[in-house]
Write a protein that binds this ligand. Structure first.
Ligand SMILES: Cc1cc2nc3c(=O)[nH]c(=O)nc-3n(C[C@H](O)[C@H](O)[C@H](O)COP(=O)(O)OP(=O)(O)OC[C@H]3O[C@@H](n4cnc5c(N)ncnc54)[C@H](O)[C@@H]3O)c2cc1C
Length: 391
């Protein structure tokens, strides 16, 4: 799949990760044990020091100038090695949006801080009743002198509790002829008085996401991105960037290797039914990678991704779910959270995955929902193929 020089580049990246990212942190990532904000920040700073925090950014803003192929190899190699994900919100979603639509002051202030990890961002788009139908969002921002005054509620705001800043969609013109036309994007400092961040505890007990309430929150006028009421256009750029990063081929490769290992640990590697299902997943992964490679070939020729990005999102997320489900099935009782006690049993030692597989199984339920649910992706594909209306 890769040329010789691309292969050499992958090895350089692999060596860097192994040297700079502590093995215990990579092991935690591999076993879906949450890492601390400090561990993630330390890895962010190591990448930043090497000039690799935002490889996809243009050189003028601190990026690497790599080709799309190199950028792809870089992120997949990091995932294969179990390096922590720096998160998409600042580096992949807001950064490129500010480069296009931000004021010169916003670019000068925020881009270096995203790159260095000084500001940690979260995405305040969804609300109760405004997920797939995002244009119906109700959080209101009213201009008052040099400020916008924000009232309302955001929902499912991932990492808000560990973030310093939020980029939010707010309604600035309730009387616009179409709901999409009355929305703006605001950059909100989460320390501003009137903001209340409340945890949402997920099915697996994890606290990764939140509800965020705004009660008369005063946001400086210069924190509005681009022009007023153009937030919907900007949000399309943000969401396009999010979808491209959801296929996770490197992560799926790592999970497949883990699946084979655990099947062997459990004495199931030779069972025909198990072998067949692992083989099916491996074939799906190769097909996904072939699709990504075809997209890279077009990228080499300067062609931007079309509905392939939506297809990759669907297939990549479905495969993540299939693999984590298979992991649970193969591990049996040892997948469950009570299994660490069972680890005391003779024979269970040396299995770092014990008791941890349910968590990643539940974690991956969300990948077919966020970034635009898979049903919405299918609507977009259908519309592009001339098969019907999409939202
Ligand atoms: C764990 C988690 C983390 C998240 N993190 C963030 C975040 O950081 N920031 C943020 O802004 N949002 C975040 N989201 C929100 C996410 O983007 C929304 O949940 C998603 O867009 C779906 O919206 P909804 O939950 O309102 O469901 P709904 O829109 O009510 O959808 C419910 C179901 O109906 C289906 N459906 C809806 N409309 C259609 C249609 N037109 N055609 C076919 N089927 C349809 C959907 O596919 C889904 O299955 C997160 C969500 C979760 C669960």
């Amino acid at each position: 799949m890769y040329t010789q020089s691309e292969q050499a580049f992958a090895e350089e990246v692999r060596a860097f990760v192994r040297a700079q990212c502590p093995a215990n942190v990579r092991e935690k990532v591999t076993n879906a044990v949450g890492i601390t904000a400090a561990e993630r920040l330390a890895w962010h700073k190591a990448l930043h020091a090497r000039g690799w925090a935002a490889p996809h950014w243009p050189v003028e803003h601190g990026g690497t100038g790599w080709s799309p192929v190199q950028t792809y190899i870089f992120s997949e190699t990091l995932a294969e090695e179990g390096a922590p994900d720096l998160g998409s919100f600042g580096l992949k979603m807001l950064g490129p949006t500010l480069m296009h639509y931000g004021t010169p002051e916003q670019k000068a202030h925020y881009l270096p801080r995203i790159l260095s990890g000084e500001d940690i961002w979260c995405q305040g788009f969804s609300e109760p009743g405004a997920g797939s139908d995002l244009a119906s969002l109700k959080t209101r921002a009213v201009r008052d002198g040099d400020h916008w005054v924000v009232n309302g509620q955001k929902m499912w705001t991932t990492m808000a509790h560990e973030s310093t800043m939020m980029f939010a969609l707010v309604r600035t013109d309730p009387d616009a002829p179409k709901p999409q036309m009355g929305i703006s994007m605001l950059l909100i400092d989460l320390k501003t008085p009137g903001i209340d961040i409340r945890p949402i505890i997920l099915l697996n007990g994890a606290h990764t996401t939140n509800e965020v309430f705004f009660d008369t929150v005063r946001v400086p006028a210069e924190n509005l991105v681009g022009e007023p009421h153009k937030g919907w256009t900007y949000s399309r750029v943000v969401l396009g960037n999010e979808r491209l990063s959801i296929a996770r081929i490197g992560l799926n490769r790592r999970q497949l290797a883990r699946l084979k290992q655990i099947a062997a640990d459990q004495g199931l590697a030779g069972v025909p039914h198990v072998r067949a299902r692992i083989a099916e997943a491996a074939i799906e992964l190769d097909a996904l990678e072939a699709m990504a490679t075809a997209m890279l070939d077009r990228a080499r020729a300067g062609v931007a991704p079309g509905i392939e990005a939506n297809m990759l999102k669907i297939k990549g997320s479905e495969l993540q779910q299939r693999l984590t489900r298979l992991l649970v099935e193969v591990a049996g009782r040892s997948a469950a959270p009570f299994a660490p006690d069972a680890a005391m049993d003779a024979g269970d030692a040396g299995k770092p995955w014990l008791g941890r597989l349910f968590k990643s199984h539940f974690d991956t339920r969300v990948v077919s929902i966020y970034g635009g649910s898979n049903e919405i992706q299918r609507n977009i594909i259908a519309k592009t193929l001339g098969l019907g209306a999409a939202r």
